[in-house]
Design a binder for this molecule. Structure first.
Ligand code: ADP
Ligand code: MG
Ligand code: ZN
Length: 726
């Protein structure tokens, strides 16, 4: 039997061998034993049920949770020449009946069905005409309330199986391994003496990074710019964060889409398609995005916020590099994320035992973010893998080539300032005092009289804030878990103040994705793939995976005989696309022209203004300025501000009124620059201003100002209106 299975693997899917886990699972299913397969994302669970289904008599029913993705899964199978179809609520009753009849005639081997369908009595009756020999349940953890994707409709599966005239063979597939989930699956799906396989959880092609105390926006912008050609996912913790981050990336000229549960179905569907079809390269999303998305060429996954536990993290991060090519998984840690996750657990989990469990898992996640050990080892041991090697050589802890700098003096300045402010203020306020701000609030509290007022006046405000965030992330400082978190000292900070402990930070974080873009055959094959994908109306990765193209580019097959040896080229795709890819390869090898065309079509997007602007340091002379091209006046103002000058100083240096300086900032913002409005908004004024706007509208400033005390400045009002885009 296994020989037949291997033959199908080669003929249809074009792969030469089974992966470790697949082999065992398929063997078990072919012996007719119920099987639970726990394999990490990207391990190849789909083939583990698709291949047996082609060998069994009768029809295989595949249960898969997401209606919106069924069509994609079926399209991918049809591309391989596997006879499959789907049934979901988008079809008319007649169409449903027709498809079931065709399945009964043996025309389709696989029938994809949404679990909701099984609740319908009439649908069950229709199914009676089928000989269902095999039931494959994908994402089987959805049946368990212990899992993180519980779907009530999955609970219908047990009763449904019982209602069938003959119990089919059952295969359940998931990437979630916790014991609670495992036993729920066995119990609720009534698996009979099942074989349970847990495949090694390692994903060697993924590189893991944890970064603490980064300026997240800047980091993400730079990373995405560098990888503008690659597909990636950025997970953020809240819908609001998704909205604002996506907007920020788009403003900076990047092709970013977004996805969260607050969008309507249509927008979500559209957004998802644009991502699958490589029309938008980066998807900013909440964890609502991703399950069942089999896009194989996602090259990076960034977690903008820390997720609630390792299970969720590994599943989401694992969406990178399904095709086996390198992928990067980056986690940007900040302490606020812990506060948020704690709050969410408090709000959503009530049973004490379960709550404890969630907090414990959260703690595991926080530890992952801080461990100096190998990240891969930390992950694998979390999932109870044994005999994991000490260092993987492929994570940010094993490969830390960043420079270590001593920041003890700066840390002392910060700690001392917090101490003098009596540990009663947030990060923003502490930074302002260190910067030497003379805002009304600061004068009123007489913080300008503190010895620490202005002792970091040379450092840009944002950098001071970043530094404080870093010290929080490294557990020198703590944030209160109130609505406006207050920053306080932990005991070790006192030791730093006494000079007993040194503080260091690693700087310059260059990720290894920064490859030199070279003109390659791979690029021109990608261009061809894209063209074909448009013709076929399929996502490009369904034509051929990145790995397949890369192998083609290395091997340079000259005829169909050598082309079919490439992993991922099966009979049907050979017939359908073989000639065109062979021709492309011949052209590339033979003529220079082909190269330059390919290059021009796959160039990264334009470098961004803001980037270039910021790079020019303030010190440049006028003649240098001229030779580099003119920088508009308002941008010069903005640069000075970013360098840490106050608006008043800028007005003085540039010989303008402060009003003009303020206008410049507004203009920069309207052109898409990220102006840190909060710098100008004492936080207790923000809600007052918004309240006033609620009463008199945002059309004019005067009526707003009139409602407020004199202390509220004009520019604060403007800043609030801009910030909230009113
Ligand atoms: P999972 O559902 O486990 O997350 P998929 O079934 O989506 O993973 O498979 C991930 C990728 O691995 C797909 O692109 C698939 O074509 C590829 N793949 C699966 N099995 C093999 C194999 N034996 N050899 C090479 N590639 C494979
Ligand atoms: Mg899958
Ligand atoms: Zn490592």
């Amino acid at each position: 039997m296994m020989e037949k299975a291997l033959e199908i693997l080669k003929r249809y899917f074009g792969y030469t061998q089974f992966r470790d886990g697949q082999q065992k699972v398929i063997e078990s299913l072919l012996q007719g034993t119920d099987t639970l397969a726990i394999m990490p994302t990207g391990a190849g669970k789909s083939l583990a049920y698709q291949i047996p289904s082609l060998l069994f008599k009768g029809t295989t029913l595949v249960i898969s949770p997401l209606i919106s993705l069924m069509k994609d899964q079926v399209d991918a199978l049809l591309e391989y020449g596997v006879p499959a179809t789907f049934i979901n609520s988008s079809l008319s009753p007649n169409e449903v009946r027709a498809r079931i009849n065709r399945a009964a005639d043996g025309e389709f081997k696989l029938l994809y069905v949404a679990p909701e369908r099984l609740e319908s009595e009439s649908f069950r009756v229709l199914l009676e005409s089928l000989n269902i020999s095999f039931l494959a349940i994908d994402e089987a953890h959805c049946v368990s309330q212990w899992g993180h994707d519980f779907r009530p409709s999955y609970l219908q599966l047990g009763p449904f199986i019982k209602s069938l005239p003959k119990k089919p063979l059952i295969g359940a597939f998931t990437a979630t391994a916790t014991e609670g989930v495992q036993s729920d699956i066995v119990r609720l799906l009534e698996l009979e003496q099942p074989n349970i396989f847990v495949t090694g959880f390692d994903r060697p092609n993924l590189t893991f990074f944890t970064l603490r105390g980064e300026n997240k926006r800047v980091f993400v912008l730079e990373y995405v710019q560098k990888n503008a050609n690659q597909s990636g996912i950025i997970y953020a913790g809240t819908r609001k964060e998704v909205d604002s981050l996506q907007e920020f990336l788009v403003k900076n000229g990047l092709k970013a889409g977004k996805y969260h549960a607050g969008m309507n179905d249509e927008d979500r569907q559209k957004s998802q398609e644009e991502f699958l079809f490589d029309e938008r390269t980066v998807m900013v999303a909440t964890n609502a995005f991703g399950m069942g998305i089999d896009k194989s060429n996602v090259r990076y996954v960034i977690h903008y916020n820390m997720p609630k536990n390792m299970e969720a993290y590994y599943q989401e991060a694992g969406r990178a590099g399904r095709d086996g090519d390198p992928g990067e998984c980056l986690l940007l840690f900040s302490s606020q994320d812990v506060v948020l996750q704690r709050y969410l657990i408090e709000q959503s989990v009530f049973q004490p035992e379960r709550k404890m469990n969630e907090f414990k898992k959260l703690q595991g996640m926080v530890e992952y973010c801080h461990t100096p050990r190998c990240l891969r080892k930390t992950i694998l041991e979390y999932f109870n893998e044994e005999n994991v090697q000490e260092k993987c050589g492929n994570c940010s802890n094993c490969n830390d080539d960043r420079e270590m700098i001593d920041i003890t003096v700066e840390a002392q300045k910060i700690f001392s300032c917090i101490y003098r402010m009596r540990e009663r203020f947030g990060i923003g306020m502490v930074a302002e005092v260190l910067k030497g701000s003379r805002k009304a609030k600061i004068l009123e509290l007489r913080f300008d009289e503190l010895s620490t007022h202005g002792i970091m006046s040379k450092v840009p405000l944002q950098e001071i804030k970043d530094r404080i965030n870093y010290l929080v992330a490294e557990n020198y400082l703590q944030l209160s878990s109130s609505e406006y978190p207050v920053v306080g000292l932990l005991p070790i900070a006192l030791s730093v103040l006494k000079g007993e402990v040194k503080v260091t930070q690693r700087i310059s974080r260059k990720s290894s994705n920064e490859k030199v873009e070279e003109i390659s055959l791979f690029d021109s094959l990608r261009v061809l793939r894209r063209k074909l994908a448009l013709q076929e109306n399929l996502p490009p990765y369904m034509i051929f995976a990145d790995t397949t193209l890369r192998e083609m580019a290395q091997v340079c097959p000259k005829d169909k005989r050598t082309l079919i040896r490439i992993s991922g080229v099966g009979e049907r795709k050979l017939e359908k696309y073989g000639d065109q890819f062979l021709e492309e390869i011949r052209n590339f090898l033979g003529d220079e022209q082909g190269i330059s065309i390919a290059k021009s079509q796959s160039q990264p997007s334009e470098p961004l203004d803001i980037q270039a602007d910021c790079d020019r340091s303030l010190g440049i002379s006028n003649s240098e300025k001229r030779s580099k091209g003119k920088i508009s006046s308002h941008i010069q103002t903005f640069q000075l501000y970013q360098q840490g000058y106050s608006l008043k100083d800028i007005a003085k240096v540039r010989n303008m009124t402060i009003l003009t300086v303020q206008d410049h900032l507004v203009r920069c913002f309207q052109e898409g620059h990220e102006v840190p409005w909060d710098d100008f908004i004492p936080f207790e004024h923000e809600s007052l201003i918004l309240e006033a706007v609620g009463k008199v509208g945002s059309g004019k400033l005067r009526p707003i100002k009139d409602l407020l005390s004199d202390e509220v400045e004009w520019f604060t009002i403007r800043a609030v209106l801009e910030k909230h885009k009113l």
